[in-house]
Design a protein around this ligand. Structure first.
Ligand SMILES: Nc1ncnc2c1ncn2[C@@H]1O[C@H](COP(=O)(O)OP(=O)(O)OP(=O)(O)O)[C@@H](O)[C@H]1O
Length: 248
């Protein structure tokens, strides 16, 4: 981790007809860091992601990515800056093979028919082979992605997002619908990225958050509540009051 801010969210307020889903929310994400954002239902986690990627516009505040203000940038321009969000449902192309899905991502070529016609460069092939190993799908690389299990599709899509060269990866509940073994494997995969990749994860599953062993930001009612490691989060009385349903 470089301790250089990659993403700065500065006093952001999102107003839905008078309801503040984000209320002067600020936080900084350093380059190479993995951060988990937790908070009770309605805390504003998804709104935070939507605002970072330009889907929701803040009424107040500023968002900077590598010192460039992205607050009012169009969604596709924010993607071009290097922010990529992976949604809960896997977004792989089921008819194409696992390798072909990764090739498309690595070539940033979403008109897949063009990509298949033009062939794949040696450089792309290397990126794809490396990624197949990382996501442990080398043995299934020639199978249609539609035949993968739910967990394998999620790992493939995480691999695809990384292969696009995204500098910031936003993962919205990546373990939704997974059993304990797949959840563990997902945590291992994210941890294996180390400080080569900056990752922002939103998740409810505390055992997954624990396995990630990352810094945690707690939100409540659209506001920043607490930040620290999982042990500090567990011991904070304000967090216990709002998140774990205990009184402070
Ligand atoms: N488009 C919208 N219009 C009006 N209110 C909205 C809209 N989107 C979200 N909200 C409200 O904003 C609040 C924050 O929602 P958000 O989905 O960001 O919370 P969350 O922390 O992601 O919750 P969950 O864990 O349940 O997904 C909620 O009260 C929600 O009902």
């Amino acid at each position: 981790m470089t301790n250089r801010p990659l993403l700065s969210v500065d006093g952001v307020t999102v107003d839905f007809d008078g309801f503040k889903a984000l209320n002067s929310f600020s936080f900084i994400l350093n380059s190479g860091e993995t951060r988990v954002v937790i908070g009770p239902n309605g805390a504003g986690k998804s709104t935070l992601c939507d605002t970072i990627i330009g889907r929701v516009r803040p009424a107040e505040g500023h968002i900077y990515f590598e010192d460039v203000e992205i607050t009012k940038m169009a969604e596709q321009d924010i993607v071009r800056q290097g922010i990529c969000r992976k949604f809960q449902a896997p977004g792989v192309l089921p008819e194409l093979t696992v390798s072909q899905n990764l090739e498309l991502a690595a070539q940033r070529q979403y008109q897949w028919w063009k990509s298949l016609r033009q062939g794949v460069s040696a450089e792309t092939r290397t990126i794809v082979e490396d990624m197949l190993e990382r996501i442990e799908l080398t043995h299934r690389k020639n199978e249609p992605a539609g035949l993968l299990s739910h967990g394998e599709k999620q790992w493939l899509e995480i691999g695809m997002v990384i292969s696009t060269g995204a500098k910031l990866l936003l993962l919205d509940e990546p373990t939704a619908g997974m059993g304990p073994a797949e959840t563990r494997r997902t945590a291992e995969l994210i941890k294996s990225l180390g400080d080569s990749q900056t990752v922002l994860v939103i998740d409810h599953d505390m055992s997954f958050v624990e396995q990630l062993n990352a810094s945690v930001t707690v939100m409540h009612q659209g506001k920043f509540l607490f930040q620290g490691d999982i042990e500090a989060v567990r011991q904070d009385e304000n967090v216990a009051a709002v998140y774990l349903g205990k009184s402070a």
